[in-house]
Design a protein around this ligand. Structure first.
Ligand code: QV4
Ligand code: CA
Length: 443
């Protein structure tokens, strides 16, 4: 479907917590590659197969801390043991000198505290120490050598930019044996939640890597829930105090805020599919940032882990004829409205927004050069309007409602007349409040 890559859950050996919450994966006790998702061999095999299929793998890397205290004995997925209370993680190895003295992060105005104290009791590594840097670099290079294309840097806000710069500078180039061009560098995107008003800002990190732009999903959520007219969103980006577009990693929800963790505000998720798909469609149609789509497992409570077998190992989804999935998984990325907007995004790549139209409220439409056109009705009234596009004359398949199969559209079709006008109809009762057409889905 044109997805460029997948961010996978942390690969580091984590502590086993009896109820098996999803977040045990964020408490490492060693840098061995073993988790409820599989062994190192299985991981490497997956990366090899994904690279061969043109899908890159990005690893969620935990460099800020090691596991918090837990009742003795503390055992990891690979049978390593640790004694967190004594700051003893022999499988790395780390000893007390590798950690900052214990203190709790209470004041987010104080950058020193945010970086040198403990985030929810997770023992805080001192990345200024050469031994710690070496262990981290070795771990990251091990992943790069296995064919990984880059990293999400967990809790980057809680580490000093100077230390991270040193660590990144020591990373290997991506291996040509996995199809990367010579001298390719890993793509690094750093988790810095900056909603404004704190001691640490996203601008301390974006000169040497990409940064997660948490305000983006919040703003799109406001639009699709009727709290800010969509007509304003043409220039969403730097003028909105978001990061410059080249360093912004954008998304609607992530694994934390889709379940109320992390404190980064409330956002749309798969649990409100109609509005959520509208937000995703806008994100994928608009050129700002590098876009990431969340793909989830279903959950009823916020600590619940992924679908698992009797031993607690993660089980695979099963797939339906329309590409969607089940077996406890949601697979948002397999919904037609989402995967077809990935194809749209790839088709319009390199073009800018043109022919912006709005109804002075919550109905908008725009073209992306002569490659694509989208209309969204987030209003309380129907949209029935002749709108000018930049597309060539002809019949197009609306990729939100259908696919082009054997020259026929399984959904709605949209005519672009010889003047470039298209009649767009999106009523408030339509299943999807979006119409999208592009030159690769022309009848
Ligand atoms: C508990 C108490 C603490 C106490 C501690 C003592 O709450 O007050 O000090 O015990 O041992 C889990 C529990 C948490 C528990 C902690 C330690 O929820 O109650 O502390 O473990 O055992 C994920 C989850 C957390 C989880 C953590 C570790 O979201 O709930 O904590 O994993 O398993 C800020 C940061 C941002 C961060 C976000 C959550 O700026 O960087 O908070 N986001 C990232 C990840 C996130 C992950 C972590 C960081 C930590 O996206 O998923 O936290 O790796 O906004
Ligand atoms: Ca820290």
């Amino acid at each position: 479907m044109g997805y460029a890559g997948v961010q996978v859950s942390p690969v580091q050996e984590n502590v086993i917590i009896p109820a098996r919450p999803w977040w045990e994966r964020y408490q490492p006790i060693s840098y061995k590659f073993i988790s409820r998702s599989g062994s190192e061999e299985e991981f490497k095999d997956m990366v090899r197969r994904c690279n061969a299929a043109g899908v890159r793998i990005y690893v969620d890397a935990l460099l800020n801390h090691m596991a918090a205290d837990h009742p003795f004995p503390v055992i990891g997925m690979g049978n390593s043991t640790a004694h967190p209370e004594k700051r003893d993680y022999p499988a790395v190895p780390y000893t007390p000198v590798d950690f900052h003295p214990s203190c709790e992060i209470l004041n987010y105005q104080d950058a020193y505290q945010v970086r040198n104290c403990e985030l929810v009791g997770l023992h805080d590594l001192n990345q200024t120490h050469e031994h710690v840097r070496n262990q981290i670099v070795e771990f990251l290079n091990h992943a790069i050598d296995a064919g990984v294309a880059g990293f999400r840097i967990d809790a980057a806000k809680h580490m000093w930019p100077e230390d991270l710069k040193v660590i990144y500078s020591r990373l290997h180039d991506l291996p040509t044996s996995h199809g990367f061009k010579p001298n390719s560098r890993p793509y690094v995107y750093q988790e810095v939640i900056d909603m404004g008003g704190e001691g640490v800002t996203k601008y301390e990190y974006n000169s040497f890597g990409a940064v997660t732009e948490f305000k983006y999903g919040i703003e799109l959520t406001r639009a699709m829930t009727g709290n800010n007219p969509l007509k304003w969103y043409r220039n969403i980006g730097e003028e909105w105090e978001l990061l410059p577009r080249d360093s912004a990693l954008v998304f609607i929800d992530n694994h934390d805020n889709q379940r109320g963790h992390g404190g980064a505000g409330s956002v749309l998720t798969h649990k409100q599919p109609k509005e959520y798909k509208m937000a995703l469609a806008f994100m994928l149609a608009h050129p700002y940032g590098n876009a990431k789509v969340m793909s989830s497992f279903a959950f009823n409570h916020t600590d619940q882990g992924p679908p698992a077998d009797a031993n607690g190992n993660t089980i695979s989804p099963q797939f339906n004829d329309d590409y969607s999935c089940n077996n406890g998984w949601v697979c948002e990325h397999r919904w037609i409205e989402v995967y077809n907007m990935i194809r749209f995004r790839n088709t319009v790549n390199g073009t800018e927004i043109s022919e912006w139209w709005d109804n002075s409220n919550n109905q908008i439409a725009f073209s992306r050069g002569n490659a694509g056109f989208i209309a969204i009705n987030a209003d309380t009234i129907d949209l029935k309007q002749k709108i000018h596009t930049q597309l060539a004359t002809g019949s197009y398949c609306d990729v939100i409602s259908g696919n082009l199969v054997d020259g026929r559209c399984t959904g709605k079709t949209v005519q672009v007349d010889d003047q470039g006008f298209a009649f767009i109809k999106i009523t408030v009762n339509d299943k999807d409040r979006v119409v999208a057409i592009h030159k690769n889905a022309k009848l």
